[in-house]
Structure formats: structure tokens, C-alpha cells
Design a protein around this ligand. Structure first.
Ligand code: NAD
Ligand code: IPM
Ligand code: MN
Length: 360
């Protein structure tokens, strides 16, 4: 098959980790007789530097014309980078939110699983990590606080800032359906995370998710408050199968979930619309502290490419091959610095990409 992939390398470690992902995709193409054509696009800080804006109409149009988008990460050090002296709508993150909205990517799938080989990199007590876990966070991605009206103004002589959290029934229903559909292919359990003891948006969330559950009698639904969920994630992650939640809660819980898999550098992500189209990126950021040093972990981005093969291209064998190659390399004791432990062999970002490609 021939597929056109829009590639946004982005900022910081973005170019390093995407390069390794493309190396692995090229190996997949060679082994399985496919052709992947790449169109490189700018978004985020690099687009600000080149075009004065974080996202251009050309980038959006080229993504829409592609079969899928492969992305690194965008942004800089938010305390020192000049990008953060710009108005909010011209900063790197505005580009990312803009592209998610423009492509209608409302469903963000973040699978979090503890590879048995990485149990030593998991910061949880050994009796918890020994049980392992395999869950998926289904994060709503185009609503909530990220897209509500916001303003900063003077009220009675005092500077006051407002962000609004709005969800419509329709927005909740479509993400709930995605969560139940995915749960049907997994262990058939959905945990809906909200703050229904305080927020109106969460009370509506709970009501709509409960209604959707009626169409999935085989799936067990539970509701959990977000603060308890954060605690349960470190107490007993194995209890979770699919966790569905709103945008901001999902952002925070997925970083927490990533760390118990060993590192944020392990957590892939797929952002999908109603069709098979998706944008695939690691869940973590541009890691300005290690950018340009060839030491980032490329595995999250490589596993994101595997999600692209599986979800957008229906290339199941190929996706399995990438995931198996990652497992094999971990089994063989190869690690990047973030997941390094005693007795293992430490690799650079590019060496890790080479090793995974070799194992396809
Ligand atoms: P971050 O995820 O970039 O980094 C947090 C920590 O995790 C750092 O110590 C970093 O070195 C480490 N880390 C992240 N990815 C890693 C990898 N692949 N391998 C090894 N270590 C890794 O979060 P931050 O520092 O809060 O944010 C930095 C910038 O990234 C900000 O501008 C933020 O807005 C942006 N960001 C972008 C995305 C995205 O593009 N999807 C996601 C999150 C943050
Ligand atoms: C993520 C990131 C983004 C988000 C930022 C960079 C806007 O943290 O993809 O998790 O909050 O969604
Ligand atoms: Mn995040």
C-alpha cells in the first residue's frame, strides 16, 4: 500500500524522536512492501520562527490532504523561551490546539501499559508493579477548559482572570461512544472520571456517559471522582481498563499514568476524529532540558507510529511487528537514560531507533 504521511517534527526533542520513528516506518515499508511518502510541515515554535505564527493554513491543508499525521512535540522552556513573551494565541501551544480543532481530533487515546521488563523503572512498590497493568486513557481533546472563553481583566481595580469549562451533551456522547467501543475490544470495563461532586459540566458528563452505557450491556461502567482516580492510579493501576475523561483531567492523569509505566518517554498517543484519520504523537513534550543531546527516549513516538499503522492504515501485522520489536529490545536489556537501571545497556536516541528498526 502507498500512504501519504504529514510529518510535523516540531521543537526541542521533536525532530530527534520523529526521525527515529520514520526510520522504523521505513523498515516496515521495506519488510512489508509498502510505500510511505512524507511531507514535512512546520507547527509550533519552529513555525513561529519561520512564519510568525504557530500554525499556518498551509500546514492545516497539507495535514487534511494526508492519510495521517506523525508529530513530535512542540514548545520551549515556558520560563525562558522568547516564544512565551508573545500573546497567548501566537505561542507554540496555540498551534497544537489549533490543529486538533481544525482536524476535529476530539478523541485522544493514550494506552498505558507496564512492560514486564520495565517493572524496575516503575516507581511504585514492587508488589504493585509485579501485578503489571494495561489501561487506556480516552481523553476528550477539543472541548472543556482548553477551548472555553477566557479573559484577563481588571475587576474593581483587581486583575482577574477567567477560563470557562463547557461541555455539550453531543461532545460528551461522542467521546463516551469511542470509550465503550474501545472497551468492547479490551477487558470491557469503563471508568468515567469526573468531578461531579462540584462541577455542573461533570454532572452532565456522568448523566450522558450513563445513558451511552445502556447500549453496551456487556461493558461494566463505574464513575470515579478525579482526585480519587489520581490516587487509585498509584495505589492499584491494574483495576483500570478504559478510563474516559474530559480534556484537562485527561492531560494530568495521562502524565501521571506515564510515569508508572517507567517514563513519559514510553507513552504514545493517537488523536482521532470520527473517521480513521489521526494525528500520532508522544504524550510528552519537547523536553527542552535534553533537546539536541541525542538522549531522548524515542519509544513513545515509535509506538505512536504503530498506532498509526493499526488505526489509520489497518496494517495490523505491521503494527504488531513494531510493538514486538520494542518488547524485544527491552527484553534484550537496551534502555535510554530515562528508563535506565542497573545491568542494562544504555543507548542514545538514535541507537534505540536503530535497534528497534533492526528487530522489525
Ligand atoms: P516535557 O514532557 O517536555 O518534559 C518533562 C520531563 O520529562 C523533562 O525532564 C523531560 O526531559 C522528560 N521527557 C519528556 N519526554 C521525554 C523523552 N521522550 N525521553 C526522555 N525524557 C523525556 O514537559 P514540560 O517540560 O512541562 O514542557 C516542555 C514544553 O513542551 C512546554 O513548552 C510544553 O508546552 C510542551 N509540551 C508539548 C506537548 C506536545 O507537543 N504534545 C506535550 C507536553 C508539553
Ligand atoms: C499534551 C500537552 C498539550 C495539552 C499542551 C502542550 C497544550 O500537554 O498533549 O498532553 O495540554 O494537551
Ligand atoms: Mn500533557
Amino acid at each position: 500500500m502507498e500512504k501519504n504521511i504529514a510529518v510535523i517534527k516540531g521543537d526541542g526533542i521533536g525532530p530527534e524522536i520523529v526521525t527515529e520513528s520514520m526510520k522504523v516506518l521505513d523498515k516496515v515499508a521495506e519488510k512489508f512492501g509498502h510505500k510511505f511518502n512524507y511531507t514535512q510541515l512546520l507547527m509550533g515554535g519552529c513555525s513561529i520562527d519561520a512564519n510568525g505564527v504557530p500554525l499556518t493554513d498551509e500546514t492545516i491543508a497539507a495535514c487534511k490532504a494526508s492519510d495521517a499525521v506523525l508529530m513530535g512535540s512542540i514548545g520551549g522552556d515556558t520560563t525562558t523561551s522568547p516564544w512565551y513573551k508573545l500573546p497567548a494565541n501566537l505561542r507554540p501551544e496555540a498551534g497544537l490546539l489549533g490543529i486538533r480543532k481544525a482536524l476535529g481530533l476530539f478523541a485522544n487515546l493514550r494506552p498505558c501499559l507496564l512492560y514486564p521488563e520495565l517493572a524496575g523503572a516503575c516507581p511504585l512498590k514492587t508488589e504493585i508493579s509485579a501485578k503489571g497493568f494495561d489501561m487506556l486513557i480516552m481523553r476528550e481533546l477539543t472541548g472543556g477548559l482548553y477551548f472555553g472563553a477566557r479573559k484577563t481583566e481588571e475587576v474593581n481595580g483587581v486583575m482577574t482572570a477567567t477560563d470557562t469549562l463547557t461541555y455539550s451533551e453531543d461532545e460528551i456522547r461522542r467521546i463516551a461512544i469511542k470509550a465503550f467501543d474501545v472497551a468492547m475490544k479490551r477487558r470491557k470495563k469503563v471508568t468515567s472520571v469526573d468531578k461531579a461532586n462540584v462541577l455542573d459540566s461533570s454532572r452532565l458528563w456522568r448523566k450522558v456517559v450513563t445513558e451511552v452505557a445502556k447500549d453496551y450491556p456487556e461493558v461494566t461502567l463505574e464513575h470515579m471522582l478525579v482526585d480519587n482516580s489520581a490516587m487509585q492510579l498509584v495505589k492499584d493501576p491494574a483495576q483500570f481498563d478504559v478510563m474516559v475523561t474530559e480534556n484537562m483531567f485527561g492531560d494530568i492523569l495521562s502524565d501521571e499514568a506515564s510515569m508508572i509505566t517507567g517514563s513519559i518517554g514510553m507513552l504514545p498517543s493517537a488523536s482521532m476524529n470520527e473517521t480513521k484519520f489521526g494525528l500520532y504523537e508522544p504524550s510528552g513534550g519537547s523536553a527542552p532540558d535534553i533537546a539536541g543531546q541525542n538522549k531522548a527516549n524515542p519509544i513513545a513516538t515509535i509506538l505512536s507510529a504503530a498506532m498509526m499503522l493499526r488505526y489509520s492504515f489497518d496494517m495490523v501485522k505491521e503494527a504488531d511487528a513494531v510493538e514486538n520489536a520494542v518488547s524485544k529490545v527491552l527484553k534484550d536489556g537496551f534502555r535510554t537514560g530515562d528508563i535506565m537501571s542497573e545491568g542494562m545497556t544504555k543507548l542514545s536516541c538514535s541507537e534505540m531507533g536503530d535497534k528497534i528498526a533492526e528487530n522489525i
